[in-house]
Design a protein around this ligand. Structure first.
Ligand SMILES: [Zn+2]
Length: 276
């Protein structure tokens, strides 16, 4: 087994150990890898930036087969999220906690793609009018740190990210049909359960359906299905009815927490930042 390894990676979490060190959890296309970063907490450490949550770049690791662990030996091209913009860092911390608590949904390649999608949008920046600004395309993308953000556009990014994470987990419902009686939901509100959406008539029929119910209006279902199925592009969709989008995101975040099957602590912070 090769002991020196190189990964494109994003830091999902970073925690102190010992007097000067950190453990980081890296999202890579091969899965989540925990690595020790010795000396990372010393101000002089060249690894201090690369061991912050949201840092992304090339990570070189040494694998110790006896101890079955990794340590960081080098980094290149590290870029950091603008941690001073609270809604941005709160969004990434929430995503990281979701990925860690679900073990990257067992689909690290797909989660990696989604993570890069979100990371670029959080990093590159949002103009005041809410347009997503890509500086250039392709592998040699030139990134400049975020200066402004637009809350509505950030809401769109989080809706997209949470929906696509559920899609990776195979947990998106049929948005138009009751999963019990198979009738069209039409303009009725629907109850989102573990098995899909239920019409009002079916939602009262079984005790299992009362557990953890989330009710979506027809308008909220339309938003979710339009984003999930690509009819609304989160980068370019016009800014409209922000309250409806915020309320929809709030419900989706609640559903995300149920799917993770544990409390996502960073959700409280994210909700505060987004005034949900
Ligand atoms: Zn029904």
């Amino acid at each position: 087994m090769r002991r020196n390894k190189h990964y494109k990676a994003i830091v999902l979490s970073s925690r102190s150990f010992g007097e000067h060190n950190r453990y980081i959890s890296l999202l890579t296309q091969e899965g989540i890898i925990d690595a020790a970063v010795y000396g990372a907490r010393k101000p002089s450490s060249r690894f201090a930036p690369a061991s912050q949550i949201g840092a992304a770049g090339d990570y070189y690791l040494y694998y110790n087969p006896v101890k079955d662990n990794y340590k960081l030996t080098d980094t290149a091209g590290t870029k950091l999220l603008a941690s001073s913009v609270l809604p941005v860092s709160a969004s990434f911390i929430f995503f990281s906690e979701l990925v860690l608590s679900t073990h990257a949904a067992g689909q690290p390649k797909e989660v990696w793609k989604l993570a890069i999608w979100l990371w670029r949008r959080l990093f590159i920046g949002l103009e005041e009018d809410g347009t997503f600004v890509a500086k250039s395309g392709g592998a040699d993308i030139t990134l400049s740190p975020i200066k402004t953000y637009n809350l509505h556009r950030l809401t769109m990014f989080l809706l997209y990210t949470a929906l696509h994470y559920m899609e990776i987990m195979g947990l998106l419902p049929d948005w138009q049909t009751c999963s019990h009686c198979t009738k069209s939901l039409a303009k009725q509100p629907a109850i989102w359960t573990e098995t899909g959406l239920l019409c009002p008539a079916c939602s009262g029929t079984s005790a299992e359906y009362t557990h953890g119910r989330i009710t979506l209006t027809a308008a909220q279902r339309t938003i979710l299905s339009d984003i999930a199925e690509g009819r609304q592009n989160p980068d370019t969709h016009p800014l409209s009815s922000p309250d409806l989008y915020s309320a929809t995101l709030n419900l989706l975040l609640e559903k995300t927490e149920r799917i993770a099957e544990r409390r996502i602590k960073s959700l409280i912070f994210l909700r505060q930042c987004l005034s949900l």
